[in-house]
Design a protein around this ligand. Structure first.
Ligand code: SAM
Length: 86
C-alpha cells in the first residue's frame, strides 16, 4: 500500500513487535485489540484487519473489536474485514 500511495501514512498494530525493516511512511503500534484501539475517533481514512480477528481473538472479542474499527474510521470512509461474514 505504501508503494502504491507513497504520500500515505500506514499504521500497523499487533501484539508482537513490528518487522525491523519498516519502510518510510509506516508506523507501528504494539497493542492488544481487546483493550480497545489506541487511536482517537475518526483517525483513519481506511481501516483493514486481516486474520487477527479470525486467528487471534475468540469470537466474543469481535463484539468489542469491530466497533473499535468503526470508531477510528472517518465517517464515510471504509473499513475492510475480510472473512467477517456476520
Ligand atoms: C495470522 S497473523 C496475521 C498477521 C497480519 N495481519 C497479516 O495479515 O499478515 C495474526 C496476528 O494477529 C496478532 N494478534 C493476535 N491477537 C491479537 C490481539 N488481541 N491484538 C492484536 N494483535 C493480535 C498476532 O500477533 C499475529 O501477528
Amino acid at each position: 500500500m505504501i508503494r502504491e500511495f507513497p504520500q500515505t501514512l500506514v499504521v500497523g498494530l499487533d501484539l508482537r513487535p513490528s518487522k525491523s525493516m519498516a519502510p518510510p511512511g509506516y508506523g507501528f503500534v504494539r497493542a492488544n485489540v481487546l483493550d480497545g484501539l489506541p487511536f482517537r475517533d475518526s483517525s483513519f481514512d481506511f481501516t483493514y484487519q486481516r486474520l487477527v480477528l479470525v486467528t487471534g481473538i475468540p469470537p466474543h472479542g469481535w463484539t468489542a473489536a469491530l466497533p473499535e474499527l468503526v470508531r477510528v474510521t472517518k465517517p464515510g470512509s471504509r473499513s475492510w474485514t475480510p472473512g467477517a461474514t456476520s
